[in-house]
Write a protein that binds this ligand. Sequence first.
Ligand code: UDP
Length: 469
Amino acid sequence: MDPLALAPHVAIFPFPAQGHVNSMLKLAQLLSLSNFHITFLVTVDTHERLLKNTDVLSRFGSGFQLQALPHGISMDNVNTRDGISMLYHSLSVIAKPFLKEFIVNSPVTCIIADGILSMADDAAEEINLPIIYFRTISACSFWSYFCIPELIQAGELPLKENAMDFTLTKVKGMEDFLRGRDLPSFCRSRDLTSPDMRILMFETQQTPRARGLILNTFEDLEGPILSQIRTVCPNVYTIGAVHAHLKTRLPKSTSSNSLWQEDESCMSWLDTQPPKSVIYVSFGSIAGLTREELLEFWYGMVNSEQKFLWVMKPDLIIGQERKDEIPAELEQGTKARGYMTDWVPQEKVLAHTAIGGFLTHSGWNSTLESIVEGVPMICWPRFADQQVNSRFVGEVWKMGLEIKDTCDRDIIAKSIRDLMEKRKGEFSQRMEHMASLAKRAVNEGGSSYINLNRLIQDIRSMTPPLKQT
Ligand code: UDP
């Protein structure tokens, strides 16, 4: 008998940004290896980009369906003032009814929804369909989001004037080191009723409604915070790092889930560089820089006299053409020691022997990819969960340096020199240790390996609800 005939059918519904799509697609592939049917629901933009820039259809077998949601949902304006509320409005009026109809008409066993799309739970509840959330951020940032109501109740939020460096007392497990400036960026607003804040707080508080919570992390990295989370969500599946997990279970996989065309030529440039001599620089898929910030970073990099590989997405500079009047010394410094490109195969870049450091915006995927490859970081967080990740990298895990809330060429140059030269030994020792724990977690017998098997068994034991007539 065809094994797919009896296989569970999981509908996976990610938030439509690169980092979310990437890790949830990796989970989809991991589940496919157990012969699950998967329907992966994405916006029209993401659908087109995945088909254009990846081999997503040929990589999965016949049990995989990439399903576009109806038109009208887009990430295009997400960086604007009302961007997030506009996006949520369109998700609610377009994606939610579509999902509802889809699950009513298909024999779906369960939904795995992004943990910030609780509208999926509303749809699932009506037909009593099990739902599991996948929150694609770190456990530490999830927990700090979850504790926001307590911070408000204790009067620690909104942050008092000049209190950015005060340690907060109401995020359990972080009382010794979490400052105002380390909270998710939305908490900086004096107005706690801002739409972004309301949406993120609401979505996070919905998490315990689901049957379980999947996190892209591993026990050795975030154990103490995971214990806190388990007090409110007892069924947590830590299965990360998912990209490393996929490589363990499918060693030949070189799968990319990039929404943009990857420039492979940077790999040939890296091949010509000595080991651990290049700092890789990327601010992820969403964050933008002002022209002033761009110049500070550029001067910092050139003045550090280290080699650098810099991802400069065409839309990185907010409202400006990136090549507008760039000082000649920067052009020359870049020619001598740098390589710039629009978008790279990041996992491969970080795994390259020439890479010795990562100047990052501290997005969670980037952070995990760096940890798995043992690459120390300089953290310059931009928004949302990045502030929390950056604090953990710098202060708790001591895997690099934090330059949060500064943007100064001298600080940047000094941090790069410290990371790549002066404190290199200290950081590499810690990174190597954590990288080996990360690898152990996803190999047979490791915590993430066991948790993924448990997730697979739990889904297998779910029976689809009877079809409504
Ligand atoms: N990425 C990539 N090529 C690049 C820059 C980033 O493939 O040139 C990938 C990176 O590997 C990561 C994702 O984009 O998986 C970014 O996710 P992250 O959570 O770090 O940040 P976000 O883009 O969501 O802010």
